[in-house]
Write a protein that binds this ligand. Structure first.
Ligand code: ZN
Length: 259
């Protein structure tokens, strides 16, 4: 529990960094571009402007210098990452004794959670799922499967390929409207990470929530039918639910269908 609380705290800082990554990768800026600055007045931010959550609340969501409203993605990414790190640790650690395998698994899951969160914000804010996040995540996933979880290697590879083919078909049929190659590559990562049946649940929930939110946004006149709504954030949400509740939901689904 102590470790989980520490990870919650760590997640606040990691989330702040992931939010920066999600802005810099789509613009092809390097990660180490120097200090963070206000995106309106370009003033360099001081360390006390960058304390997760605290600074945002203290500054009432406005830049200290030009008083323009700061993006809501700051507190959202910080709090979201903190909570997801916390939940992930509860999910992976189910006892007070930490073996080598469990520690490796925890690090791997935290890395994957971080990649997913960076994808969420990159696609939400810029409509791009950067290769610089997808490719390293696929590589680390393959390495983890090969070295520490190889009895799932074939199954998860097949899940990834299945998801990839399904998305490729969708993109071809819809001629790339609404979905792009970024989503296709991402779907392979999701299958590789979740395996079966998680991938099924994750993708299903992504389509379900994506459709629901799109209808709400269109009815609310926040978006129009011709607008494209990025699908990546829904895929990320579906992946997290598939990861934590995939098996449970799959069993319920089979029961519902009378198996
Ligand atoms: Zn400013």
């Amino acid at each position: 529990m102590l470790l989980s609380l520490f990870l919650l705290f760590l997640g606040l800082f990691v989330g702040s960094f992931l939010n920066v990554l999600s802005d810099r990768f789509p613009r092809n800026e390097t990660v180490v571009k120097g200090r963070s600055h206000c995106e309106y007045c370009k003033k360099e931010l001081q360390w006390y402007d960058l304390i997760p959550l605290f600074s945002f609340i203290f500054l009432k969501g406005k830049c200290r210098y030009c008083h323009k409203k700061l993006s809501f993605s700051y507190p959202l990414s910080e709090l979201g990452t903190g909570l997801i790190f916390f939940i992930t640790s509860l999910f992976v650690l189910n006892g007070p004794i930490y073996t080598y395998d469990i520690v490796i698994k925890l690090i791997f899951y935290l890395f994957m959670a971080s990649s997913l969160i960076a994808i969420f914000f990159a696609d939400l804010k810029h409509g791009v799922i950067p290769d610089k996040i997808i490719f390293p995540a696929i590589l680390i996933n393959l390495l983890y499967l090969l070295l520490f979880n190889n009895h799932f290697l074939i199954q998860n590879l097949l899940s990834g390929l299945g998801a990839l083919l399904f998305f490729l078909l969708l993109v071809l049929v819809t001629r790339g409207r609404g979905m792009g190659l970024g989503d296709v590559k991402f779907s392979f990562l999701i299958g590789l990470f979740l395996g079966f049946p998680g991938v099924l649940i994750g993708l299903y929930l992504a389509f379900l929530t994506g459709a629901l939110i799109s209808i709400i946004l269109i009815l609310w006149r926040k978006k129009f039918l011709k607008d494209s709504i990025p699908f990546g954030p829904f895929l990320v949400l579906g992946t997290f639910i598939g990861l934590y509740f995939g098996n449970l939901l799959y069993e319920k689904l089979l029961l519902l269908m009378g198996f």
